[in-house]
Design a protein around this ligand. Sequence first.
Ligand code: HSE
Length: 443
Amino acid sequence: MSNSINLAVLGLGTVGTGVVSLINDNLAELKRRSGYDIRITHVGTRRQRDDIDPSIQQSDDLMSIAASADVDIVIEVIGGTTVAKELILHAIKNGKHVVTANKALLAEHGNEIFALAEANNVHVAYEAAVAGGIPIIKVMREALAANKVEWLAGIINGTGNFIMSEMRDKGRPFADVLAEAQALGYAEADPTFDVEGIDAAHKLALLASIAFGIPLQFDKVYCEGITGITLQDVDYAEELGYRIKHLGFAVRRHQDADDANSASGIELRVHPTLIPQEALLANVNGVKNAVLVNSHPLGQTLYYGDGAGAGATASAVMADVMDLVRVLSANGHGHHVPHLAFVPAALSDTPVLAAEQMVTGYYLRLHALDTPGVLADITRILSDAGINIDAILQKPAHKVGQVPVIILTLPVVESQMNLAIEKIEQLTAITDKVVRIRLDELA
Ligand code: HSE
């Protein structure tokens, strides 16, 4: 093997440009750590860029670059699930190792891509796909390899966390903060992926597979975004000692013998959640991401850092490149970590639970007519459904004759809560749809 490793960077958006800059800035350090000259030989870009070193070939023929004989590692950072998929499959078939930041592609087509990579004896590395610069894939696949993961909870969309933090701390309007997140290069090409929770759901599907050894099942992730969260709910939550965060949860559940509505399986869900203000995750603000992993026997560990942006994502891309350089330099006998952390033949068929089977606590906000007995009716319905109330806050009437009532509950199977809310909404004293946000003590 020659003393250099040749990279092709497909895509020169925020991440691709960040990778080019990182290599320029840290060239000597990369060589000191790997023993190789790591250089970009090709970039795939639709339009010629005059800010790129002239020794690097620029072309819009990405398929040719992905198969080029003088490329060792293909870095796919164009995003999307169509052209990117073709490029990656083509690169794999041509014996190239691939590094990608593309969570949407892997969440939706990763089972096929990884199977092809195994068959062709190449690696598809994807540290940059989850939680930006935080090395969570490496930690979960390698450092926690001896643990049994019970649950994980993460703030895994930097844009959404940035928006929620700015709204809460500065009262800034949603659209204004989103525009800033786009300008800073945090948001997806289609920012509805960020604010509707889809980006977080992609990342959660990946995390869940490497946590529990199940095939990727993005289509089974329950998904809610942040667009329905009002400043009113943010304030009520704070008053009760909680904070609303957009979280992804992957939870191993065991059937509760005393609760016929419960089931065994895995919960995969992303949604706004009330968590205690003093929880570390409640204090992860701005573009920061954090993933809290509860595993046996280690217990809880927390991983924190920048979840989006050029530098953070390029750092994760190049960490994968460095790993692959070590594999390449070992002439095929290098370190091989299974793509989804568990050997492919040992993936488990443990079911992902349906949304109605999930178990969480709740914050409920109801608008009630200020009439005698209404609170008694509400609490009777909740108690009949076996739902334990943890706190009630009744605010003075803010419109003539109407009072907002806030109720926090202990964890309950979702189907029971659905039934109770249906009954509450039928009460004549309830004037609006019940607002519900999930709540988790993270204990
Ligand atoms: N749009 C993503 C985020 C980028 O805001 O987290 C990093 O995956």
